[in-house]
Structure formats: structure tokens, C-alpha cells
Design a protein around this ligand. Structure first.
Ligand code: SF4
Length: 183
């Protein structure tokens, strides 16, 4: 135990801090998000992430949203493995033919408000994959979408902005487009 503590103190903090402008942007967006989650979602917003056919680039950025630097849990955001507990579906990739049924079933299994965020250029309109023998194109062609986050892949701060837009979007019929910054 003492050896481990000694090693922790000797090593210090090894992660790099966020650039100051991103840090302050995240603080501002995070404060709004925390407020929206407190008012509309009783302090806790639960997200189910679905990979509908992405190259995994978007997933890496979503992982970063959860890492100790962006640390989305401090704003009240949690990820779940089941759509039954989800307020938001965060979907990446074009819809591959093999994921169409799973995506529809997941959408149907999600309780209201059933907000849908399509993250990345592929989720917007099929991106580099487009429509083909294996791909059905953007998420909006299969299920209703509330917010699109553009970017290939979108940066973690764009993803957090998109989540904020979705929490403000309840009751709006047209999807919003969040022009995300590329990573
Ligand atoms: S938007 Fe870019 S990073 Fe995301 S799944 Fe498509 S190609 Fe990959």
C-alpha cells in the first residue's frame, strides 16, 4: 500500500490539461447542460450509444467525452447499456443494412422523451459511405432525429454541445443541426 502511494506521489499528474479556450467553452456549455438536466431530467440524463455502422472514429470521441479531461459525469450525464433506461439515443455511423432492425427495435424500446442525436457526418447523410449495397445512409432515413452533430469525427466539445441542444429541443419538431468541429 505504502509503495503504491509513494509511486502515485512520485509520478504526479501525467494527463495533459485541456487548452484554456476549450476548458472555458466546456465550463460554459456544461453549466447550461447541468441546469437543463436539473430542470428537465431530475438531475440525471441517461444516454444509450448505438453504433449503427460507423468506422469507430466517432466512438473514440464519445469515449473522450467520458474521460477524466472532459468528464461529462460531472454535469449529470451517464451512459447505459439498455435503451429501457435511456433519455437520449446517441447514434453514430451510417445505418448499415444489418443494423436497421436493431436500430428500429432500440428506438421502439426507448421510453419518452426518446431524444435522438445523430453524431458525425455519416449519421447525417451517410458521409463517406453514402448509400450502397451495405449502407442505407443517414440515421434520419430510418428513425426521427432531433439533433445532428456534424464533423468527421465531431470533437468531444461538439458532442457535448449537441447533447445540450437535444435537452433544449424537447417539443421541437424539426431537427437541429449542430455544426460540430472536426477532431
Ligand atoms: S463521421 Fe467520420 S469518424 Fe464518424 S463514422 Fe463517419 S467516417 Fe467514421
Amino acid at each position: 500500500m505504502l509503495r503504491i502511494l509513494h509511486q502515485i506521489f512520485r509520478t504526479g499528474i501525467v494527463t495533459e490539461p485541456l487548452p484554456r479556450e476549450i476548458e472555458s467553452e466546456i465550463e460554459v456549455v456544461g453549466a447550461k447542460l447541468e441546469d437543463a438536466i436539473l430542470k428537465r431530467f431530475r438531475r440525471s440524463l441517461t444516454i444509450r450509444q448505438i453504433d449503427a455502422g460507423s468506422c469507430n472514429g466517432c466512438e473514440l470521441e464519445i469515449h473522450a467525452v467520458n474521460n477524466p479531461i472532459y468528464n461529462c459525469e460531472r454535469f449529470g450525464i451517464h451512459f447505459t447499456a439498455s435503451p429501457r433506461f435511456a433519455d437520449i439515443l446517441l447514434i453514430t455511423g451510417p445505418v448499415s443494412i444489418n443494423m436497421e432492425t436493431a436500430l428500429k427495435r432500440t428506438y421502439n424500446a426507448t421510453p419518452p422523451p426518446k431524444l435522438v442525436i445523430a453524431a458525425g457526418d455519416c449519421a447525417y447523410d451517410g458521409g463517406v459511405f453514402g448509400k450502397s449495397y451495405a449502407s442505407l445512409g443517414g440515421i434520419g432515413s430510418i428513425i426521427p432525429v432531433d439533433v445532428y452533430i456534424k464533423g468527421c469525427p465531431p470533437s468531444p466539445s461538439s458532442i457535448i454541445q449537441g447533447i445540450l441542444k437535444a435537452t433544449e429541443n424537447t417539443g421541437v419538431s424539426n431537427p437541429r443541426i449542430c455544426t460540430g468541429k472536426n477532431r
